[in-house]
Ligand binder design. Sequence first.
Ligand code: PNS
Length: 165
Amino acid sequence: MRIAVCPGSFDPITLGHLDIIRRAAKLFDQVIVLVSINAAKNSCSFTREERLHLIEKAIVGMENVRVDSTDGLLADYLRDAHACAIVKGLRAVSDFEYEFQMSLANKRLNPDAETIFFTAAAENMYLSSSIVKQIASFGGDISEFVPGCILEEIKERLCQKRPGE
Ligand code: PNS
């Protein structure tokens, strides 16, 4: 059984994330979408429960995909879950240095942890949770960026808050 982990903040999940998850699900027996803590980010707009809930809804129908969360190191989670790979999407060269560093650190912490990078789909190259949040906070249309089944929930939460308010 080959298990892969797709880790991230998912604050919130976007169509870019979902594309990577869907592609990973074709290559691995099981994929765990792992809501993890990014120590470099001060706070999240969505609670952990909200992020898990949104991902649950977004992956409906993907039989070999499930959601989990951790407060700990990704390298440790992989070991505990008997997962063999970390799957991440690369959007641009600017992602590379950070992801390369993370991949080496994870390998050092867990020598069995292989990181596999998927090239982001061309239409998702610029897409990020931060961009989605920023557009939504100004009342912009985010329907092309997030899964349709969670669009209203995301809008409701994000349209209430504008940066600096
Ligand atoms: O979506 P993000 O914020 O870019 O995801 C980054 C994340 C959460 C995957 C990364 O920060 C992470 O792996 N956090 C878990 C804690 C950990 O293992 N950190 C050290 C990695 S070297």
